[in-house]
Ligand binder design. Structure first.
Ligand SMILES: [Zn+2]
Length: 191
C-alpha cells in the first residue's frame, strides 16, 4: 500500500480512517499531533494559574513538559548527498522518489543513470551552487517525466532538459564524460 501523502510505501495507519502513511510522513503527522496536545496543555496550565490567582488559592504547579527537540533526519531517499554542499532538498527528494519508483517499475537502467548523474553533479566541486541548482532542477523534471506512462511522457521537454544538462555539465571534464555515457541511457527510456 502507498502512503496517502507521497509515493513511498505505507508503514502505519493513523486516525479513525486508518490513513496509511510512510515512516517519514508518520513522523511528521505524529509531531503535529504532539504539538497540538502540547499547546492545549500549556493553555490549560495558564488558565489554572490565572484562576488560582483570582480565587486566592494555590494551584499546584503542573508545568507542561519541556518541548522536545526534534531533529528530522534528511529524507534524501535513494540519493547520496555527501559533499553536496547546500542543495535544495525538495529537488533531491523528488529525484529520489522518481529513482525509487523507476527502480520498482523495473526501469533500473534509467533509474541508475539518473541517480549516478545526480550524485556526480552534487559532489562536483567545479560547478557553482547556481549551476548545480539548474542541473538538479532539470534532472528532477526528467526524473518525474520518466515515471509517467510512456505515452504521457513529455518527450520534447525532456530532450530540451537533457540538452541543457549536457551543456551545463560540460564545464567539468569528469562530468562531461559521465554525461556522455548516461544521457543516452536516460534518453532511451523516453523511446
Ligand atoms: Zn509518505
Amino acid at each position: 500500500m502507498k502512503c496517502q501523502q507521497c509515493s513511498r510505501p505505507a508503514l502505519m495507519s493513523w486516525g479513525p480512517e486508518g490513513l496509511p502513511l510512510c515512516l517519514s510522513c508518520s513522523t511528521q503527522y505524529q509531531a503535529l499531533i504532539a504539538d497540538q496536545f502540547d499547546q492545549a496543555a500549556r493553555a490549560v496550565h495558564f488558565a489554572q494559574s490565572q484562576i488560582g490567582a483570582v480565587l486566592g488559592y494555590y494551584t499546584p504547579p503542573a508545568p507542561p513538559a519541556p518541548r522536545k527537540t526534534v531533529i528530522h533526519a534528511p529524507t534524501t531517499n535513494n540519493i547520496n548527498v555527501a559533499n553536496a554542499g547546500v542543495v535544495n532538498s525538495g529537488t533531491i527528494n523528488s529525484i529520489g522518489y522518481a529513482v525509487g519508483s523507476l527502480g520498482q517499475a523495473g526501469a533500473t537502467g534509467a533509474a541508475e543513470a539518473i541517480k549516478a548523474l545526480t550524485e556526480a553533479v552534487l559532489s562536483d566541486p567545479s560547478l557553482s551552487p547556481e549551476k548545480k541548482a539548474t542541473v538538479l532542477e532539470q534532472l528532477s523534471v526528467v526524473a518525474e517525466e520518466a515515471t509517467a506512462p510512456l505515452e504521457r511522457r513529455r518527450k520534447a521537454a525532456v530532450m530540451a532538459s537533457l540538452r541543457d544538462i549536457g551543456t551545463v555539465v560540460s564545464i567539468s571534464s569528469g562530468l562531461a564524460a559521465l554525461a556522455e555515457k548516461l544521457l543516452p541511457i536516460i534518453q532511451a527510456h523516453f523511446g
